[in-house]
Design a protein around this ligand. Structure first.
Ligand code: GAR
Length: 209
């Protein structure tokens, strides 16, 4: 049976595009992207969805006084969309237990570093790459993991390492990590989930291909 994939976005949406392209190539298994929800109006990710005939909603974070009321609104929207899988694809808002408890091990996030390095509150977007360059690590990469109420702390599904070059800027490193890691392991993790190949035990995932 098809699984309804709801993708949460806040920006440019290149990871959303990677998912759309993977679905077109038949690479999301039983998954189908049924809806895109943005925390901001006017972002390019919404155009990408519309260009591909995917339903969109805007749920602006700034119209809610706190995370708790925003999370309740998000939970209700995800339930009304009958989400089987929720994918954070460059979604920059932390949601609380209200959402995590409703969708246990059914929400996944892509993070642009090798967790547990350069992750947690404040580590998002270009900041992650600035910190990796500041520290002088020689490899970074991307991680796809299940979302729990601990920011970037849920069970890890897939990781891919990417080399860092001496001349890298945060922007060049971000681009290489997207191209070589994020755009590959996010669709792959979505396929594994939709085909029922991921199990979770004691905070670890196991892939049963
Ligand atoms: C991506 O690099 C994603 O991993 C990162 O933001 C970028 C969004 O790009 N997400 C986070 O930092 C979440 N903590 P996109 O909108 O083009 O997919």
């Amino acid at each position: 049976m098809n699984k309804n994939i709801v993708v949460l976005v806040s920006g440019g949406g290149t990871n959303l595009q990677a998912l759309i392209d993977a679905e077109k190539r038949g690479e999301l298994g039983n998954g189908k992207i049924t809806c895109v929800i943005s925390s901001k109006d006017g972002v390019y990710a919404l155009e990408r969805a519309k260009n591909n005939g995917i339903k969109t909603h805007v749920l602006p974070r700034k119209e809610h006084a706190d995370i708790s009321s925003y999370s309740k609104a998000m939970r209700d929207l995800l339930l009304s969309e009958k989400a089987d899988l929720v994918v954070y694809a460059g979604f920059m808002t932390i949601l609380d237990d209200t959402v995590c408890n409703e969708f246990p091990n059914k929400m996944i996030n892509v993070h642009p570093a090798l967790i547990p390095s350069f992750c947690g509150k404040g580590y998002y977007g270009l900041h992650v790459h600035e910190e990796a360059l500041k520290k002088g690590v020689k490899v970074s990469g991307a991680t796809v993991h299940f979302v729990t109420s601990e920011c970037d702390g849920g069970p890890i599904i897939l990781q891919k390492a990417v080399p860092i070059k001496d001349e890298d800027t945060p922007e060049t490193l971000q681009r290489r990590i997207m191209e070589q890691a994020e755009w590959k392991i996010l669709p792959e993790a979505v396929r594994l989930f939709c085909d029922g190949k991921i199990s979770v035990k004691d905070g670890r995932t196991y892939i049963n291909e």
